[in-house]
Structures are given as structure tokens and as C-alpha cells.
Design a protein around this ligand. Structure first.
Ligand code: SF4
Length: 372
């Protein structure tokens, strides 16, 4: 049997019987928006290339229920590649000495917002490594200025783990959304791909705190991380259902040769698309990006993600001279294009697969911001 994921049980059912069961489970997931863990595992252990066509069709159908063919655009600004953390897969972790570090001033960040606003973006995603330079005071100053100039926008922060007080202060200063991928819901795998000073429990606590404060919250995970099993992926699905985030970033693990995990196999396009389609059915209202990592793995990886359930894209509006330094993984796309080239390229890609751009703020459906 030609299964997608490598771990196939020795006692697997004959292929037609197993294919029928996979299809039935996909239908059950479509209807109920949840499965038992052993049912998720059956899908992952047995899904074949033929079955993926059906899964992808159902993922796309589920997206139509709330979002139709709309794709929301977010202008991504990578404000600093300094990071005090040591994620073993990441090309800008503090140990990597082959990367030139940079940090944008507030004036430069505002310039990026100005360009992004002119291109039609109404969400700015402010992303950095965990850089202690960005104190609450500095970030509050930045948020004040962006919100004063562009009151009709949303600001998404992606700045790593912070204290609950800090998250609260930034929310009160105008931040709307926070992306913090959980990376993996398996403690064993988390501890394998992170150094001992990083805490699986604290990451989850941060996500709980962000939800409690009132942010639109983004979790997410990597597919194909070294030693990841299908059981680990099932834990991701179970955890996401429980967390019920507004956004989910799902990208392939992409091996970086200057990290501790150098030499490992990267995740694959098909595995990642399968997880996107499953998450679309588990969290039908979620905002699911067609990630840049997927576009870096395959020339039309993002378009394929849109066709199985994704509904967000994040064109880069960082200064072109800094883009290749934000090298979480190697061979990242869109590092040399100007912001308006990125805008045109992305629009063509979206329209090319029968989708349409939505330049609104693109909040999670039903979302209402808590009062300060
Ligand atoms: S993944 Fe994020 S937190 Fe981890 S080392 Fe890279 S930039 Fe830092």
C-alpha cells in the first residue's frame, strides 16, 4: 500500500477496505468536526495518494461554508532577527553565528506600514525572534503610532513567549491578534527539538493567557519534524480542538544546515497539505495561512494549500535589504522582491487558482474584541 506517512501498521487492512474506512472517517470528520484519536491515527496510518484527493476536496468544501473563496492578505514585517531562544530547527536561534543580525527602528516599521497600507493591506503582522530589546514600553510606543496613523487596521504580534502582564499591556495598547505556534503538542517531541531551558508547559500557558485576555490567537505546528510520529500529529489535532484558536499556522519542517538538526529530512508538501485539510475540518471557522514555508518547499505549495482549506496569505513588506536575514529556514522565497512586486505576484497566484482577494481586516468570523 502506497501510504503518505511512513508509519504503516503491519496489520493494515487490505487497501480497498482501508481506503473505504479512510473515506468514511473523512465524511464523519466533515459532519462532526471531531474524531477520536484512534480515528485520526487510522487516517494518518492508512491514507494513500488516492484518498488525499477526497480529503482535499472535503477540506476545500468546508472552507466554503464560512469563507467562500476569499483569501485575506496580511502585510508581514519582520522587525528583528535577534532571538534569545534556542529552537534547534531555527536558523536565527541565538547559537547560530552565520546570520547577520538586524533590528528595525520604529520609523522603519512605520515606513513599512505606510507601504503596506498603500498596497491595500489592513492587517500588519509584526514578527521577530524573542528579542529583549522590545520592552513593553517600546512596543506600546510602536503600537500607539501605528494605530494613530492607521486606525482602520488590525495589528498581529508574533514576538514569542511573554508574561501575562506583558500580553495584557500590549493588548490594551491596541494589539489585536497574537501568533504563537505551539510547534508540537507532544511533550517528547517538544523536548527533542528544543533545549532544556525552553518549556513545553510555558508555551501552552502563554496560549491560554492570550485567549483569556481577548486576543485572536494563533497556534500551529510543524509537519515532518525529526522523530515526529503519526501519534504526535494526532496530539496536535486533539490539542487544537481543545485550544480552539482563531488562527492556525501549519508549515513543513525545513531543515537548516547551520542548526543542531542539520542533516535531517524536511517535511513534505503532501503531509503538510493533509494536516491543513484536517485542521480546516476540525476548526472550520479558523483563519489558516498558506504559509511561506510551503511556498519555499514547492513552487505552487501555497496555491495547493488554498485549494485544500487555507484562506490567508502573508506577503512580506519588510525592507528588502533585511529579508534574507530572517532566515528561519533556508531557500526562503520572496526575499528579493519589493513589496509591490510581492503584492502583484500573490494576487496573480490567488486569482490563478480561482480564489479572490479580500482586503478587509479579515477578523475571525463572529469575533468581538473585549473592551479594555
Ligand atoms: S523559532 Fe522563534 S523563538 Fe525559536 S529560535 Fe527561531 S525565532 Fe527564536
Amino acid at each position: 500500500m502506497n501510504t503518505i506517512f511512513p508509519k504503516v501498521k503491519k496489520n493494515a487492512l487490505p487497501s480497498t477496505e482501508s481506503s473505504l474506512k479512510v473515506k468514511n472517517l473523512i465524511d464523519k470528520l466533515y459532519d462532526n468536526e471531531v474524531l477520536d484519536n484512534d480515528e485520526y491515527l487510522f487516517i494518518l496510518n492508512n491514507i494513500t495518494n488516492k484518498d488525499t484527493d477526497y480529503l482535499f476536496k472535503k477540506g476545500n468544501e468546508k472552507k466554503q461554508v464560512y469563507y467562500g473563496n476569499k483569501v485575506y492578505l496580511r502585510g508581514l514585517i519582520e522587525i528583528s532577527n535577534y532571538c534569545k531562544m534556542g529552537c534547534k530547527y531555527c536558523g536565527i536561534n541565538y547559537k547560530v553565528d552565520t546570520v547577520e543580525r538586524y533590528r528595525l527602528t520604529v520609523d522603519k516599521i512605520l515606513k513599512c506600514c505606510e507601504e503596506g497600507y498603500k498596497l491595500g493591506y489592513r492587517t500588519f503582522v509584526i514578527q521577530a525572534g524573542e528579542d529583549s530589546y522590545y520592552t513593553d514600553e517600546r512596543l506600546k510606543g510602536m503600537l500607539d503610532q501605528i494605530k494613530a496613523k492607521y486606525p482602520d487596521t488590525r495589528i498581529t504580534l508574533s514576538l514569542g513567549e511573554r508574561s501575562k502582564e506583558s500580553f495584557k499591556a500590549l493588548y490594551e495598547a491596541g494589539a489585536d491578534r497574537y501568533l504563537l505556534r505551539h510547534e508540537t503538542a507532544s511533550r517528547r517531541l517538544y523536548e527533542h527539538i528544543h533545549p532544556s531551558f525552553m518549556s513545553f508547559d510555558n508555551r501552552r500557558l502563554c496560549l491560554d493567557n492570550l485567549k483569556e485576555i481577548g486576543y485572536q490567537v494563533g497556534g500551529g505546528f510543524m509537519v515532518g519534524s525529526p522523530t515526529q510520529t503519526n501519534e504526535d500529529l494526532v496530539m496536535d489535532l486533539e490539542y487544537l480542538k481543545e485550544l480552539d484558536p482563531h488562527m492556525v499556522g501549519i508549515g513543513p519542517y525545513l531543515c537548516h544546515s547551520d542548526t543542531e538538526l542539520a542533516g535531517n529530512m524536511s517535511g513534505t508538501l503532501t503531509e503538510t497539505l493533509i494536516m491543513v485539510a484536517l485542521v480546516r475540518m476540525i476548526l472550520p471557522k479558523s483563519l489558516l495561512p498558506a504559509t511561506t514555508a510551503l511556498g519555499s518547499l514547492h513552487a505552487i505549495g501555497r496555491e495547493k494549500a488554498l485549494k485544500v482549506g487555507a484562506n490567508v496569505m502573508m506577503p512580506n513588506i519588510s525592507p528588502t535589504e533585511n529579508r534574507d536575514k530572517y532566515e528561519i529556514y533556508q531557500n526562503k522565497i520572496c526575499t528579493t522582491d519589493t513589496s509591490d512586486q510581492c503584492r502583484n505576484c500573490i494576487e496573480a497566484r490567488i486569482v490563478g487558482v480561482g480564489h479572490e482577494i479580500d482586503l478587509g481586516v479579515g477578523d475571525y468570523i463572529d469575533f468581538e474584541r473585549k473592551e479594555k
